[in-house]
Design a protein around this ligand. Structure first.
Ligand code: ADP
Ligand code: MG
Length: 152
């Protein structure tokens, strides 16, 4: 199942992130594809703040990973753009949080190819003249259920 929608402006992107935060129900592995500046971090910020995070959501460009404890939800936001070798994922301890109890958002997942499991949800953001086109694809029973909730 694939959903596709036009998202015009940063505020609408943050709002979509918040909708995703509800639909994911606190867990899942989400891959975020799109060029530099597409809006992957903006979408993540909307999601993270909707789950109760106060203050800034830093892009994990240099730290590779930013962890959040949001009430009962353990969330990990990764940006693998600067990952030199997928094997480095072992040192980040991905094994420990890629479980069914965590919510994990990964920008540039291709950089971790071979060291990441299949995502529940794959999100692809494309730039358009007026804003962004966001495609959301469910790739597991959980991911499909998330798409169904988003579609209601
Ligand atoms: P990425 O993480 O994909 O590199 P960012 O989330 O940092 O991209 O976003 C880059 C810029 O795009 C930001 O200035 C943000 O405000 C803007 N932006 C995000 N979503 C949209 C949108 N739907 N329409 C227009 N601009 C957007
Ligand atoms: Mg980013």
């Amino acid at each position: 199942m694939q959903l596709e929608q036009e998202v015009e402006g940063e505020a609408a992107m943050l709002a979509l992130g918040a909708e995703l935060g509800v639909a994911l129900q606190g867990h899942g592995l989400v891959f975020l594809h799109g060029d530099l500046g597409a809006g992957k971090t903006t979408l993540s910020r909307g999601l993270i703040q909707s789950l109760g995070h106060r203050g800034a959501v830093k892009s994990p460009t240099y730290t590779l990973i930013e962890p959040y404890e949001l009430g009962a939800v353990s969330l990990y936001h990764l940006d693998l753009y600067r990952l030199a070798d997928p094997e480095e994922l072992e040192f980040l301890g991905v094994r420990d949080f890629l479980d069914e109890h965590s919510l994990c958002l990964i920008e540039w997942p291709d950089k971790g190819a071979g060291f990441l499991p299949t995502a529940d949800l794959t999100i692809t953001i494309r730039m358009t003249d007026t804003g962004r086109k966001v495609a959301i694809q469910g790739q597991s029973p959980h991911g499909l259920a998330v798409c169904q909730r988003l579609n209601q």
